[in-house]
Design a protein around this ligand. Structure first.
Ligand code: NAP
Length: 335
């Protein structure tokens, strides 16, 4: 018998994994003391974006679970909320929508916790956390003190921030502060959302209509982790330059291309590439792509990190062979 702790149920991919210890951060714990006692720590949020290895027996887990949504200030146009990092993100969106505060409704039904959203500048259907984030509070593991970081210091770009680059593993985010609008919500221009409004005869969608549309669209394409373990979109949507994009579109006439902030660069849907490489609903051992959405890898049962890495590498190889694009995986691989 070991004294290790099985943390598979804390993650949505449900891979077997054991760690040395787990500390639940509710806001009261002293992080300076915690890091002084534990040198090999990994910080766990909602567990929806990580691929765990079997043996993590040298690791101490800090699981972020503090909860609070506090109104910091408001006027007739805006409201500023300070949100504990451990709040389930979709509960935050639900709270905002119920109170008619707009700015995050298109980010409905994204799994994970509020504190994780700045790390990869989470976004969906035209909204990104960077557009509402004012600042965040964090524990700095290098300076050994609590700090406030302004949004403009985070160097946000498409699904990217300094927390994935030079600040990787440095800060434990404990609170985020966001500023929402009391004005009318922006209607997402994405075709799937527009189609939903058309099919449901909704002409002037309210904030709740937008939230419901997004929830419906998302859940029609994503398997429920409780039924089929997964961690949502597994690959990032690649960005290519306009010369390469034109060459691709000549060969693959239906290839969708979307503009980016940079006029010479285009976004290519990774799911389309995987599907058109013939890999939708295909399994590599116990791990495969989801039959309704090739962008999602699912655990058909009994998978380990090795199986996930094998499936990932096979998909990357086959897509590269067909399109000349090297996909990159989104979830963090914990070894
Ligand atoms: P999707 O709607 O099938 O779209 C695939 C790709 O096409 C995405 O790169 C999306 O850009 C782009 N796209 C589609 N319609 C567009 C339009 N009208 N204008 C500009 N770009 C357009 O994507 P999905 O995989 O099902 O995901 C749905 C939404 O959730 C997307 O917005 C996606 O980014 C978001 N999502 C976010 C995360 C995350 O934050 N980690 C993870 C998974 C999915 P955008 O990516 O710019 O939207």
């Amino acid at each position: 018998m070991d004294n290790l702790i099985d943390i598979s149920s804390y993650t949505t991919f449900n891979l077997p994994s054991k760690v040395k210890s787990i500390t639940h951060f509710t806001g009261e714990e002293n992080l300076e003391e915690f890091f002084a006692k534990n040198d090999n720590v990994f910080v766990l949020g909602g567990g929806s974006n990580i691929i765990l290895s079997l043996d993590l027996s040298d690791k101490a887990v800090l699981k972020i679970e503090n909860k609070d949504i506090e109104i910091v200030e408001q006027d007739e146009n805006n409201i500023t909320l300070r949100i504990a990092a451990g709040e389930i993100w979709d509960n935050v969106v639900s709270f905002a929508c119920e109170n008619n505060y707009s700015g995050i409704e298109a980010m409905s039904a994204i799994p994970g916790i509020a504190g994780a959203t700045p790390v990869q500048n989470v976004g969906a259907y035209g909204e990104e956390i960077k557009d509402v984030l004012v600042s965040l509070e964090a524990y700095d593991r290098i300076e050994k003190k609590y700090v406030t970081i302004l949004a403009e210091e985070c160097d946000f770009s498409y699904r990217m921030s300094r927390f994935k680059k030079d600040w990787k593993d440095r800060f434990v985010i404990t609170y985020i502060t966001i500023k929402l609008s009391k004005g009318a919500p922006k209607i997402p221009i994405y075709k799937v959302v527009q189609d939903y409004f058309k099919n449901n005869k909704i002409e002037n969608p309210s904030i709740m209509d937008i939230r419901n549309a997004i929830i419906n669209v998302r859940w029609s394409k994503l398997p429920k982790p409780s039924e089929l373990p997964n961690c949502g979109s597994f690959f990032e949507n690649p960005i290519v330059d306009k010369v390469f994009a034109a060459k691709l579109q000549q060969e693959f006439k239906d290839l969708p291309l979307f503009p980016t902030d940079h006029e010479d660069m285009f976004k290519v849907p990774a799911g389309w590439l995987i599907e058109h490489a013939g890999l939708k609903g295909v399994s590599f051992g116990p791990v495969g792509t989801y039959e309704k959405n090739a962008l999602v890898l699912v655990n058909h049962g009994g998978a380990t990190q090795e199986n996930v890495i094998h499936a990932r590498d096979e998909i990357i190889k086959i897509v590269y062979h067909k399109f000349g694009i090297m996909l990159e995986s989104e979830p963090e691989i914990i070894k």
